[in-house]
Design a protein around this ligand. Structure first.
Ligand SMILES: CC(C)(COP(=O)(O)OP(=O)(O)OC[C@H]1O[C@@H](n2cnc3c(N)ncnc32)[C@H](O)[C@@H]1OP(=O)(O)O)[C@@H](O)C(=O)NCCC(=O)NCCS
Length: 245
């Protein structure tokens, strides 16, 4: 539990230029507090203590202004920035490293209880302030949704969706589809070719790192000894991307 808290705080400091230190995040960030309370609420919900789960979620809403149904599945290092007015529905699934700004709704469009009614956000998605994502479709990894967009259809990985109804303005630009967070979702140095090339290389290396990790895990699980492979430092693409911004 404490390692979760530490990595949540670290990821908020990395993503919010206004965050000064861990204590400030712990005491003054409603998004952090809402996620922490959601973990308790969700644990109660899945172990059958439905009312307690609902009640913790209700208390979290009073304290933070953020409403997360205890049934919703929230990944690691999810950052709800500012957060007031965020609503996340029962069958929503929010992947690791997603960022959600104030006034966002991850809502349903059907009343069929017991079915998946709310969206799935894959890893690294950024949802701009006031956006509504409505329905049981998927927003692909590292996609961005513009502020005040109303999204009613799937968004491909790496794409940017804006407007009402939302349409795709940029599709699978390399820096978008990779492990890059940019504050407020805007493309850093969007017009600078050198910066674009460097982001491309860093993100490509980060993806290769991930692939190697998956391959090593697969080899280990199939009983192939990997002890002879030398350990090497993991590429910190977030920091490197910041350096070339
Ligand atoms: C959508 C977003 C991620 C795009 O950022 P970007 O990659 O830098 O893209 P650009 O600014 O180059 O915009 C691309 C196109 O989308 C349009 N656009 C950008 N944001 C839009 C929005 N919210 N609604 C409608 N259109 C939008 C631009 O006008 C541009 O259109 P054009 O190509 O016809 O000129 C960003 O504008 C956004 O809305 N981020 C969320 C910010 C937020 O919520 N901040 C709250 C902080 S408290």
């Amino acid at each position: 539990m404490f390692s979760n808290l530490r990595e949540d705080i670290k990821s908020i400091i990395e993503r919010d230029p206004a965050a000064r230190n861990g204590w400030e995040v712990f005491t003054c960030y409603p998004g952090f507090q809402a996620i922490m309370m959601h973990r308790w609420a969700h644990a109660c919900w899945v172990s059958g203590l439905k009312w307690i789960g609902r009640f913790i979620s209700y208390l979290a809403r009073i304290i933070t202004g953020i409403e997360i149904h205890p049934g919703a599945t929230i990944g690691r290092r999810v950052f709800i920035d500012h957060g007031f007015g965020v609503v996340i529905g029962e069958t929503a699934n929010v992947g690791d490293d997603c960022t959600i700004y104030q006034g966002v709704t991850l809502g349903g469009t059907s009343l069929n209880s017991g079915t998946k009614r709310h969206p799935t956000l894959e890893r690294g998605v950024i949802i701009g302030a006031g956006a509504k994502v409505l329905g049981s479709f998927t927003v692909g990894e590292y996609a961005k949704v513009g502020s005040n967009a109303v999204v009613i259809k799937p968004v491909p990985a790496g794409a940017t969706a804006v407007g009402n109804p939302a349409h795709i303005v940029q599709k699978d630009v390399d820096a978008r589809s990779a492990n890059l967070f940019s504050a407020y979702g805007v493309t850093p140095n969007g017009d600078d070719p050198l910066s674009k090339a460097l982001h491309g290389l860093i993100n490509h290396a980060a993806r290769q790192d991930e692939q190697i990790e998956r391959l090593t895990a697969l080899m280990k699980s199939s009983g192939i000894a990997c002890s002879s492979m030398p350990e090497c430092d993991k590429l910190n693409s977030v920091e490197l991307n910041k350096l070339v911004e």
